[in-house]
Design a protein around this ligand. Sequence first.
Ligand SMILES: [Zn+2]
Length: 81
Amino acid sequence: MAMSKTLQCTLCEEKFDEKSIKELKFFPHTMICSTCYNEAEKDKSVCFAKKKQYDKKSLVCSKICPDRKVCKLYIRMQHAN
Ligand SMILES: [Zn+2]
């Protein structure tokens, strides 16, 4: 059996492997899974993946926010549809 590294989501504690990362079910930059990011997107109290609030020129969106890489990816995925 091949050794597969298991990673755990910091929010829901669900476990993921490298295959999940390739399938965009888990984001190792922030150690948070796509299910939790989907929840964050629906949550009105957070800005995550909100098109109107995302601004790549803003310091928060481009340098400070821990979710910036994943958020950018999410926005791109939404536009692809
Ligand atoms: Zn999660």
